[in-house]
Design a protein around this ligand. Structure first.
Ligand SMILES: [Zn+2]
Length: 259
C-alpha cells in the first residue's frame, strides 16, 4: 500500500506565562507557545487536516480574558500554510479537531463553503462541553463564533477509532473532557503519537509536571491520562509529540513533508 504523507505546520505563537503549561513558582517566566496543525495526505482517506490554528481576528473576537492571558504574538493562517504545499482549503476532505479551544478551531472560517466544513470530526464529550460552556457563560478557552461557523457539520466520535491501518484517533479525558489524539504510522519516522493539549510539552511529559492555573479540573486527570499514554507509547513503540512544545514543533515543522 502507498504511504501516507504527514506535514506539521507551524502557525505562529501565543505569548503566555510558562506555569500555565508546566507548573512552576515563577509567574514572571514567559513562554512562546507555538500553534500547529497537521496535514495528512492519505492514499485512501484523502487530505485530512488536524486543527486549524488561530483566527486572524483574535483581538476582536477572543474577548478580554483570552487576549490578556494568551495574546497572539505571531499569526500564520492555515490558508497560507496549506498554500505552501500547493493546496487550498477546498482541497481538504476532512477536518479533525483535537478539541474546540480558540487556538485549534480559529481557522475554521477559512473552510466556509468547502467540503471539509461538512465533515468535521470532534469527540462527543468535547462538543457537549464546548456547547455547555458557551451557553452557560463559562466560556473558558471556547469562543462560540470560532466553532459555530455557518454550514459546519460535526461528526462526533467516542473512544478509539481506526480510520485506516496507519491512522487511529483516540479520545483523552484530560485538559478538556475529550481531546482527540492521533496515532500515525510513518515509513521514515516510525510510529508517532500526537497528544495535543492533554500534554503541552516535553518537560511536562519527562518530569510529570501538570499545567498550572485552572485548565485541568484536577491534576488526577492529567496523571491518569499520562498513564494511558505511557501504555500507548509502549504498545506502538512511538515517538510522542506534544501540543505546544516550542522546540519540538519547530523541529517537526522544519522537516517538511515526511512519509
Ligand atoms: Zn492549545
Amino acid at each position: 500500500m502507498e504511504n501516507l504523507k504527514l506535514t506539521m505546520f507551524y502557525l505562529g505563537c501565543l505569548d503566555c506565562q510558562y506555569f500555565r503549561l508546566v507548573n512552576c513558582d515563577d509567574e514572571t517566566r514567559r513562554y512562546q507557545s507555538p500553534i500547529s496543525a497537521i496535514l495528512i495526505q492519505h492514499p485512501t482517506l484523502g487530505n485530512i487536516l488536524y486543527d486549524t490554528g488561530n483566527s486572524p481576528y483574535s483581538k476582536r473576537d477572543y474577548g478580554a480574558h483570552i487576549n490578556q492571558i494568551y495574546p497572539v504574538k505571531q499569526f500564520i493562517s492555515i490558508e497560507e500554510a496549506l498554500a505552501s504545499k500547493g493546496l487550498t482549503c477546498g482541497a481538504i476532505d476532512r477536518l479533525i479537531f483535537s478539541h474546540l479551544h480558540f487556538d485549534h478551531v480559529g481557522g475554521l472560517n477559512y473552510f466556509a463553503g468547502t467540503k471539509a466544513i461538512k465533515n468535521v470530526t470532534v469527540s462527543r464529550p468535547e462538543l457537549l462541553n464546548a456547547c455547555e460552556s458557551v451557553f452557560t457563560g463559562n466560556h473558558g478557552a471556547y469562543v462560540k463564533k470560532l466553532f459555530d461557523v455557518d454550514g459546519v457539520v460535526y461528526k462526533p466520535i467516542e473512544g478509539t477509532v481506526e480510520l485506516a491501518p496507519d491512522l487511529t484517533l483516540f479520545v483523552q479525558q484530560s485538559h478538556t473532557p475529550g481531546v482527540i489524539g492521533l496515532i500515525v504510522k510513518t515509513r521514515t519516522e516510525g510510529n508517532l503519537i500526537f497528544t495535543s493539549d492533554a500534554v503541552y510539552t516535553q518537560d511536562s511529559w519527562n518530569y510529570l509536571i501538570p499545567p498550572g492555573g485552572n485548565i485541568n479540573k484536577t491534576t488526577n486527570e492529567f496523571f491518569d491520562n499520562i498513564q494511558y499514554l505511557k501504555e500507548l507509547q509502549k504498545k506502538y513503540n512511538a515517538t510522542m509529540i506534544f501540543g505546544h512544545d516550542c522546540d519540538q514543533i519547530q523541529e517537526w515543522s522544519r522537516k517538511g513533508t515526511i512519509e
